[in-house]
Ligand binder design. Structure first.
Ligand code: NAP
Ligand code: HSE
Length: 435
């Protein structure tokens, strides 16, 4: 029996778009055997069709004319792999309104404009899928939306940006920050503008999407407190190593007494923690819930072919599901309040530079004790009459820690401003101790 011919279009033919075309062509027979359909790229929107490309589609496929794609009645679905918010968002809305299902790899678009996009898809009765927007090859969206639909997920913890994890791993091996970033760009891991990778915005968008699905309440990029790795230095990496930890960019989405807390930032991760073993451009997501206790998914988090595998899987799912199945519906069904930032709790790594003389440690310890911040570990380095205190605290509220650091900064023997990073040292689920 001959396969059903399915003409498809791509918005974008860069790292991901060209890999989608290759994957569809190279695996056409496997897809046909499994689904009875043959997906064929007939248009790919680009800015410059004449540009040198490592992989070129047949003549006539590359176009700069978006309307030609929207108006082509033969195009059964479109993969948006061009990135950016505008004109991309307008194109996706136009396609949905024209009745064309869309698959997107664009985490910024989904995290910022998700409400309007899903409403439009629903009104038009077409599917909008976005597996590739989070953690590239890891099918975490499908697992959260389908496999864990009956599970009360209350925490998502992970490493969700490949570029920064690659840079931090390279820094552990002795590479310089900018040298490692350049390599991540060359390997196709980084965004077109890598600012969003290194400042945490890329990971924040992914955590907003994961939190939205996990908790069924809309979380946009604006709801995520995020920080990147720009301020992480070789000294942080060395201090972490000395305390048997590694520095990682950690995303955490937590339900605390029915309140949402979603954040991204650099943290010290204990060497024995599963996330410490995630290296290079790999990502990992730990899903914690009542019935499942904990499920960890790990896999390639960036790269053309890695991302294309998720795009193609979504395309096949769209073709393979008819009508308006539940997967295209908006995942949100409630509104949750936000946890005040000062109420978030974590163990912390704190660095304080002080004069090296009698009583100073007692003054520092007293300021911590006054705010109910308890010391778990302490290392001191001395040189030239100065001491650097490296302290790891037990779990403390962020507000209390900041108050203690404020008081310590005001001590006459404190030199410069104390700094703090959260520490990831357990999984936050009773009975799941790893030590
Ligand atoms: P890319 O290599 O920069 O490719 C972007 C493509 O879109 C290019 O073909 C470009 O055309 C085209 N394009 C951009 N703006 C356009 C416009 N205004 N009009 C027409 N065409 C336009 O980017 P990428 O790495 O493939 O990423 C694409 C998307 O996938 C982004 O949303 C990204 O966040 C997401 N993603 C990427 C990865 C990854 O590892 N790279 C992983 C997961 C998700 P030209 O070729 O003519 O410049
Ligand atoms: N730039 C992103 C990263 C691509 O490094 O994780 C995957 O979304």
């Amino acid at each position: 029996m001959s396969a059903v011919d399915v003409p498809v279009a791509l918005l974008g033919y860069g790292t991901v778009g060209s890999a989608v075309d290759r994957l569809l062509a190279e695996n056409a027979e496997d897809i046909e055997r499994a689904t009875g359909h043959r997906l064929r790229v007939v248009h790919a929107l680009v800015r410059d069709p004449e540009k040198e490309r490592p992989h070129r589609p047949p003549a006539g496929v590359l176009t700069t004319d978006f309307a030609a794609i929207r108006e082509d009645p033969s195009v059964a679905l479109v993969a948006e792999v061009m990135g950016g918010i505008e004109p991309t968002g307008g194109y996706v809305l136009d396609l949905l309104r024209a009745g064309k299902p869309v698959v997107s790899a664009n985490k910024q678009l989904i995290a910022r404009e998700g409400a309007e996009l899903f409403r439009t898809a629903s009104e038009a009765g077409v599917q909008l899928r976005f597996e590739a927007s989070v953690c590239a090859a890891i099918p975490v969206i499908k697992i959260l939306r389908e496999a864990l639909v009956a599970t009360n997920v209350h925490r998502v913890l992970g490493i969700v940006n490949g570029t920064t994890n690659f840079i931090l791993t390279k820094m552990e091996e002795g590479a310089e920050y900018f040298e490692a970033l350049a390599e991540a760009k060359r390997l196709g891991y980084a965004e077109a503008d890598p600012t969003e990778d290194v400042n945490g915005a890329d990971a924040a968008a992914k955590m907003a999407i994961l939190a939205t699905i996990a908790f069924g309440s809309r979380v946009t990029l604006a709801d995520v407190a995020y920080d990147g790795i720009e301020a992480v230095t070789g000294a942080h990496v060395a201090a972490a190593r000395e305390m048997e930890m590694v520095v990682r960019l950690i995303g955490a989405a937590t339900l605390v007494d029915g309140k949402l807390d979603v954040r991204v930032g650099p943290a010290l991760v204990d060497r024995h923690h599963p996330l410490a073993a995630v290296e290079g451009a790999m990502n990992a997501v730990m899903l914690q819930g009542d019935a499942i206790r904990e499920i960890t998914l790990e896999g390639p988090g960036a790269g053309g072919m890695e991302t294309a595998s998720a795009v193609v899987a979504d395309m096949v799912s769209v073709i393979g599901t008819t009508g308006t199945g539940f997967l295209q519906n908006d995942a949100c069904w409630r509104e949750l309040p936000r946890l005040p930032p000062e109420e978030a709790r974590s163990p912390y790594y704190v660095r304080i530079d002080v004069d090296d003389r009698a009583g100073v440690l007692a003054h520092v310890a007293l300021r911590l004790a006054e705010q109910d911040v308890s010391i778990a570990r302490l290392i001191q380095h001395q040189a030239n009459g100065e001491a650097a205190l490296h302290i790891v605290t037990h779990e403390a509220s962020t507000g209390h820690l900041q108050a203690a650091l404020g008081a310590i900064a005001g001590l006459p023997e404190t030199r410069g401003a104390p700094s703090a990073l959260p520490v990831v040292s357990d999984r936050g689920v009773p009975g799941l101790g790893w030590a």
